[in-house]
Design a protein around this ligand. Structure first.
Ligand code: FMN
Ligand code: SF4
Length: 647
């Protein structure tokens, strides 16, 4: 088949393995395994969905090679033969779809904690992990040798389980990277100092694996730049890659960043697509073995261009495949517009850091693959009215349609999308617009009518006689009451919709939740001087940490004044009086913006619920929250309605 992404779909060759295309599923620890470290059926189902989705290679998430290097409680283990049979089942499942199966091998070094391992973490040098703050114990030479053997034994176990290859995780600040990086390796023995000494641990492991399992493919995931002061940088990393090639590595998988560098290994939404492709591009000039590139790859055109322009041999996709396991097949079939886009909201990795299994904001079925209901027509009770076309309404309509219902969406505004239309306006939130367009595109694909400018009433209910009603009428901005005169204040929506374009003004934003902070982010782009007043002690406390930190960096850089633990006492002409503790202070303001939140709009639900036996309330209309909860509620209600339709 001639496809405009022909470079992406050209087959690759790795040793004796023919790879059907150039897309590699990046290793992602999802914690769907058993607490014992064994493979679960849930994990197999998750990987099978991605294998079925058409990728060329799957690198299964980091498996622990030694108990002292375990990173999370339900992480896979490969340190003993008893783990082989589960992994065998996993490798078989992946390979049955014509996909190359690799297993990543990890020792976390200082980037774990005694809470997980039950012992003091170990590392090349006793330097505290800047994130966990725990000081590791310096490894003795005999212990290093022991860990080299543990890696080699783990690789043998992976080969016995039937994997085509393994990947040595030498990136992201974990043990091998800790040895490689002068930032974390301060040893004076043969494992520290020169590049040759710092890479000894890695080279010994690689050479050892090649000796005992010459047929096993070995990929090395390498930090091309640690992005920390005194850490590995591109020039030295290229030398390391060249040495790995000489030692028999089959693939160099380029990555970057550590726990400490924070934002550049699993990036927040402000990073540009493929921003770090230059790293792999440089390595590619110096080695002959294939090189994998990636990092925020979302569009097939961009991924294809990386291969076509010889900047990489393979591309990795991580979060894009959590959001849509069928990414590759959709591209292949010319349906890339139908890819469910990742929002880069990082709620997935946030679950990981909390020790929970991974959930995806836009894909309810990630980690629930086996529970997905068959798409078949329901019984005769099958007409559904969905009122409201924000994320909850659109997702409910789509899920119900796929379950065989006849669905109509009613929207009172002239445009569909609800609050997504506003939420996509602040800087780096444009992916929400893509997500809205994806949902609308899917509804069009499935021929679900959306009636715009329609105020659904009791009369509409009588006329249309739906079997089920899903109310997703969203929320309304909170209007504060009390003694303060708010006449001089405008709403955050007025700003984001450019109803009041302002530049070079002093603006005071009242309310420092994520909405208030994002409005500040929007305003500083137009050279306004902004102050945020928030009664809680932290700004945007509910936001995901990486995206929050990224936004706060921008606000700090622009000199935004952050007044937390503060309340507004008066809004006067040209100033706002604020109370913090026992002190009052006046802030000059050309403009005052209200961002004090939203409240559920459930009037219609209360009315319809009295008239109809099957009315459901979801999304912000139920409880003001986020896209993730909207999607969960929409899917849950769709499933419930499906079950009820058979009763
Ligand atoms: C939930 C999650 C778990 C991850 N676990 C691993 C891992 O086990 N090993 C690894 O090398 N990288 C891991 N990563 C990093 C990804 O492999 C990838 O490098 C990163 O997400 C950037 O690529 P993307 O923009 O395509 O998502 C993880 C990322 C996420 C989101
Ligand atoms: S949770 Fe967010 S960042 Fe993670 S895959 Fe889903 S949409 Fe992307």
């Amino acid at each position: 088949m001639q496809n405009k992404y022909s470079a992406l779909f050209s087959p690759g060759k790795l040793g004796g393995l023919t790879v059907k295309n150039r897309v590699v599923m990046a290793p992602m620890l999802v914690s769907y395994g058993l607490a014992s470290g064994e493979v679960s059926q849930r994990l197999i189902d998750y990987y099978e969905a991605r294998a079925r989705g058409g990728v060329g290679i799957i690198i299964v998430e980091a498996a622990c090679i030694h108990p002292s290097g375990k990173e999370t409680l339900t992480q896979l283990r490969i340190d003993q033969p008893r783990y082989i049979s589960g992994l065998e089942h996993l490798a078989e499942t992946i390979k049955a779809h014509g996909v190359g199966a690799f297993l990543q091998l990890l020792h976390a070094g200082r980037q774990t904690s005694s809470q997980v391992t039950g012992e003091q973490p170990v590392a090349p040098s006793p330097l505290a992990c800047p994130v966990t703050r725990e000081v590791p114990r310096e490894l003795r030479t005999d212990e290093i040798k022991h860990l080299e053997k543990a890696y080699i034994e783990a690789a043998r176990n992976a080969a016995r389980a039937g994997f085509d290859g393994i990947e040595l995780h030498a990136a992201h600040g974990y043990l091998i990277n800790q040895f490689l990086s002068p930032h974390s390796n301060r040893r004076w023995d043969e494992y520290g100092g020169s590049t040759e000494n710092r890479m000894r641990f890695l080279v010994n492991i690689l050479a050892g694996i090649k000796k005992v399992e010459p047929g096993l493919l070995v990929s090395v995931r390498l930090n091309m730049d640690d992005f920390v002061p005194g850490g590995l940088q591109l020039e030295e990393s290229v030398k390391i890659a060249m040495r790995l090639e000489a030692e028999g590595a089959n693939l160099i998988h380029c990555s970057s960043g550590t726990y400490e560098s924070g934002l550049n290994s699993i990036e927040p939404s402000s990073y540009r697509e493929g921003w770090r492709a230059y790293l792999a591009g440089e390595v590619k000039k110096w080695v002959k073995i294939p090189v994998i590139s990636g990092g925020i790859l979302c569009s097939p055109a961009f991924a294809n261009q990386l291969i076509a322009s010889d900047q990489a041999d393979y591309v990795f996709l991580g979060r894009s495949l959590l959001a849509d396991p069928d990414w590759v097949n959709k591209v292949k079939q010319g349906e890339h517009q139908r890819i469910r886009p990742c929002l880069l909201c990082n709620r997935c990795i946030e679950s990981n850091f909390k020790g929970l299994s991974v959930r995806c904001t836009v894909n309810f079925w990630t980690g629930r693959e086996a529970q997905q209901m068959p798409v078949k027509t329901t019984s005769s009770k099958n007409r559904v009215a969905v009122i409201g076309s924000g994320p909850a309404g659109l997702q409910a309509a789509l899920s119900l349609k796929k379950l065989g219902f006849e669905v109509t969406v009613y929207e009172k505004a002239a445009q569909p999308g609800g609050l997504l239309n506003l939420a996509c306006r602040p800087p780096h939130k444009h992916r929400l617009a893509r997500y809205r367009d994806y949902l609308l595109g899917e509804l069009e694909h499935y021929r679900v009518p959306i009636i715009l400018g329609c105020q659904f009433t009791a009369q509409t209910l009588q006329q249309e006689e739906p079997d089920y009603v899903v109310v997703a009428t969203g929320s309304q901005p909170v209007v504060p009451t009390g003694d303060i005169k708010w006449d001089n204040a405008i709403s955050m929506a007025d700003i984001l919709e450019d109803k009041v374009p302002i530049t070079n003004k002093k603006v005071v934003i009242i309310g420092g939740g994520s909405n208030g902070c994002e409005t500040a982010d929007y305003l500083i782009k137009m050279d306004n001087r902004v102050a945020i007043i928030e009664k809680e002690d932290v700004l945007a406390g509910q936001m995901e940490k990486k995206n929050r930190r990224d936004m706060m960096n921008r606000l700090d850089k622009a000199g935004v004044v952050k007044m937390t633990g503060s309340t507004v006492v008066a809004v006067e002409e040209g100033r706002v009086i604020v109370e913090r503790g026992y002190r009052q202070e006046a802030l000059e303001a050309d403009l005052v913006v209200m961002a004090v939140g939203y409240r559920p709009d459930k009037h219609l639900y209360c009315e319809l619920n009295k008239l109809h036996p099957r009315v459901f309330l979801i999304g912000d209309a139920y409880q003001v929250s986020n896209v993730r909860n909207a999607v969960v509620q929409a899917e849950t209600v769709a499933q419930d309605i499906y079950r009820m339709s058979w009763e």
